[in-house]
Design a protein around this ligand. Sequence first.
Ligand code: FES
Length: 452
Amino acid sequence: MRIEEHPILDFKRGREIYFYYNGKKIRAYEGETIAAALHATGVKVLSKSLKLERQRGFFCGIGKCSSCLMKVDGVPNVRTCITLVKDGMVVEDNDMELPEKEYPRCKFEKMECDIAIVGGGPAGLSAAIEASQYADVLIIDENHQLGGQLIKQTHKFFGSKKQRAGTRGIEIAKILEEEARKNCRVLLNTSVIGYYDRGYHFLAAVNRVDGIIYEIKAKKIIFATGAQENMLVFEGNDLPGVYGAGGVQTLMNVYGVKPGEKGIIIGAGNVGLILAYQLLQAGMEVACIVEALPKIGGYFVHAAKVRRCGIPIYTSHSIKEAYGNGSVEGAIIAKLDENWKFIEGSEKDIKCDFICLAVGLTPAIRLIAQTGATISFINEAGGWIALHNEYMETTKEGIYVAGDLANIEEASTAMIEGRIAGLHAVHTIKQIPNFEEKIREYMEELEIFRQG
Ligand code: FES
């Protein structure tokens, strides 16, 4: 299941190592996650549902859905999609038993900074680059590398030159990381688990590798925690082999592992269209793209590329059922009428071994909701979001949002929002020369990009 050749990506695998999965010795490479290593050997079932014990597989691939929880070296409920595999590691099915072994008391470490940034994706890194020109910045990210979802985007970006149009997402991630690391402190593998208002802004964060609990005091906090992929309701939607589109991109473009051999994609927005092309590049087959709307939602240029590759796009269709014994073996799709009801007799049985859901994102608000900032449901923004002003500051003084957490858009807008949030957050601590001019420039850029 490993991708050996790719026209764009060169998978530099780390040292060969071995770990144990339910007593079986498995080969892996340093630098890949447990879930990726298991997929590479064909293991798709990673956990079971609590009540009915239905088998579950990897879905989001970025630590946001909990479908990959396993017991690792005796510790239950480890998110194996964001935990790196180690030589000699023991991975088992989660049995929900509390571990017997004694854990040493955690080490606590206190940290202080002007600006804490939660999330090191395009928005968080852009905020960090801007703010660190004038202030002391700390970036906290629960992944083992910075870049957020850019690290799996092999396509070239559109938009303005300033927002790096014509550059691949994977390259943008490297550029942003390099710039941010010049002046910022970075905590990786570190999950922020709580926000507390102590008369000042306080975060509790835990490093999942060495167990250190950080107590972080910050003058301002920018939350750039991104979004999670939407699920769709249909029979068999929890079968291993039903993935979020981003989860598949992580598996194939970051770790060089195939989700299967032949897939279908639900959703013909930009993500679904780009994913179809990326699957072909990585040597897989795409049986079709299925879109519930009467027309394709993504850019014409992406749709044309997909069509040239001979992939059928069924508009006014949706998925009725995923079937298979233990993992996906096929899907039933059918045509929708104008009331979004399936038209009897229009079913098609598509043989495939994986299904990608590219049906939108929901802002990941669980952490920001702890701050007391006003949260409101705005459908056009992607659902529940923290209300914010034009400087990206929420209703809670000193708490900012940027990127998909603020509203579901694109990486290019996320980067501009990050810049605005970073600049304004610092300006409320100390005067920035030409602040008005700089911020107006970013706001105009954002406006132009959105109009485009
Ligand atoms: S949390 Fe690991 S697959 Fe979603």
